[in-house]
Design a protein around this ligand. Structure first.
Ligand code: GLN
Length: 499
């Protein structure tokens, strides 16, 4: 059935999956579209899109049953009523396999639901399945997943490209219209960088804005969940749903909840926008600089005031991140020992069982991080590395605090390049880590930042611009992004080559 059958209003299945989340939920509420028609459209598209390898687990039959239940019982009061949504496989979902794209958590079925995802279902959204990501969210290309790499719906001269990472299944799925929107996590850029690589909007909220409860932990002082969507309005709507204080997460901020979608306003006249000179990095492609310059022009046209600023400690952000994040990861991942969760490899005694389980259960990138993390936390090196990194982290935060006395938001490119070919950086971790130069400082400082699609490079690949905000001032970056979005009027160039 190619068309859905709402009287007088024929809308094709592919049109349905192109709708933004705001449009889709409106149509379902007004009964222009039934929840089942919406679910059907997504389910049939997902079935035809296996080549992209976006899903680790599909819950398509359950999704159709939930949609029918919504229609039959007219359960349309929630803001996301009937919206089919797949989520990153890092969120624990009750009775649905949650692997963190690892072998060690294969077959792990959580008996509980993460706070963020339970907020989605409480608002009426329907789970389509769990999206592929880098193993334990460690990576920038989705190539470290134990379930194979995800493919970007954008190609370069017919060649497959990475969708970014670690939320690469999320970015690819939104870009290819396989989910109406999604939630990812961002520890050092994992929402914004893949959003930039696939031409979608990715928002990393302020640390503490969304509960981390029930999310498989990578680096607890940096991890934050956030929306990945087709446009800025959808991002605001999703943030409305998933944010809020949670007593189950001790780092959750007990502050007033925003009303992001209703407060969305593209009037940014007089807004002060900072341009940090330290973000001009060596070997940055000309197209990225050109796009950044355009972004500045667009902001000016919208009435914003541009100010040059300095964030002098930016150059230390990557090395600092690659000490703090592995340190926390090595501690968080200590729990996967073959006893409590998932995979176990036998051994002649307990110690050998631990060793075999971890040796066979973890992939190379995860092992690399555990080793680095254990090293920098060891008594002989703690002061030289971990403690030093904590001190530099404070300096990076201070840079932002000082800058935000002068400006309301900071505009930068999201990534130093567009999507690259699968395999291009696999053997060069440093060049892989360099992908995060523009995103990592934000996590170290705990700030909110949004990436929006802003144009294409010479090969027709999407490029993103990033807006960084003050702590808990997501509204300002959403408004600025909303204003920019109108100027840019980005049109997806995805063609369904994989179907
Ligand atoms: N690419 C970064 C890393 O590999 C960030 C990952 C993330 O944000 N989860 O650590």
């Amino acid at each position: 059935k190619l068309f859905c059958c709402t009287e007088g209003n024929r809308i094709s299945m592919s049109e349905i999956t192109k709708l933004t989340l705001v449009e889709l939920t409106k149509k379902i509420k007004s009964k222009e579209l039934s929840a089942l028609e919406a679910a059907n459209a997504y389910v049939s598209r997902i079935k035809k899109s296996k080549k992209l390898n976006t899903f680790v687990t599909e819950t398509l039959e359950q999704a159709l049953a939930s949609a029918k239940n919504i229609d039959d019982n007219n359960l349309k009061s929630g803001v996301l009523a009937g919206a089919p949504i797949a989520v990153k496989d890092l969120f624990c979902t009750k009775n649905v396999q949650t692997t963190a794209s690892s072998k060690i958590l294969k077959n792990f079925i959580p008996p509980y639901e993460s706070t963020v995802t339970s907020k989605l279902w409480d608002s009426g959204a329907i789970l389509l399945g769990k999206l592929n990501c880098d193993e334990f969210a460690m990576g920038s290309s989705n190539e470290t997943s134990a379930y194979g790499n995800v493919i970007n719906p954008y190609q370069e001269s017919g060649e497959n490209l990475v969708p970014g990472g670690s939320s690469g299944g999320c970015s690819s799925a939104v870009s290819a219209n396989l989910t109406s929107s999604t939630v990812g996590t961002d520890t050092g850029g994992s929402i914004r960088q893949p959003a930039s690589f696939t031409g979608i909007v990715g928002l990393k909220p302020t640390y503490g804005r969304c509960s981390r409860w029930g999310i498989v932990a990578f680096a607890s002082s940096l991890d934050q969940a956030g929306p990945m969507t087709k446009d800025v309005s959808d991002s605001a709507l999703m943030l409305d749903v998933i944010s809020g204080y949670d007593e189950k997460d001790s780092t959750s901020a007990n502050i007033e909840k925003g009303d992001f979608l209703n407060s969305l306003n593209k009037n940014i006249k007089g807004l002060k926008v900072g341009i940090p000179k330290e973000y001009i990095v060596d070997n940055m492609p000309k197209e990225i600089q050109t796009l950044w310059d355009k972004g500045i022009e667009w902001m000016k046209e919208s009435g914003a005031i541009i100010k040059n600023i300095s964030l002098p400690n930016t150059k230390y952000a990557l090395p600092t991140y690659y000490i703090v994040a592995p340190a926390e990861a090595s501690s968080n991942l200590a729990r996967y020992d073959g006893v409590k969760y998932g995979f176990r490899a036998p051994g002649k005694d307990l110690i050998e069982m631990y060793e075999n389980t971890r040796a066979e259960g973890f992939g190379n990138e995860v092992k690399r991080r555990i080793m680095i993390g254990t090293y920098v936390l060891s008594s002989g090196y703690y002061d030289a590395y971990y403690l030093k990194a904590q001190q530099v982290r404070r300096l990076i935060k201070n840079d932002f605090d000082l800058a935000f006395k002068e400006v309301d938001t900071i505009l930068t490119p999201t990534t130093p390049s567009s999507a690259f070919k699968i395999g291009d950086k696999t053997n060069d971790p440093i060049s892989m880590y360099l992908n995060d130069v523009f995103t990592v400082p934000v996590n170290l400082a705990g700030l909110p930042a949004i990436s929006i699609p802003a144009g294409f490079d010479d090969s027709g690949l999407p490029l993103g611009l990033q807006l960084i905000g003050k702590s808990f001032d997501e509204q300002t970056i959403l408004n600025s992004a909303y204003a920019l979005e109108e100027k840019i009027s980005f049109k997806s160039k995805v063609i369904d080559w994989w179907i």
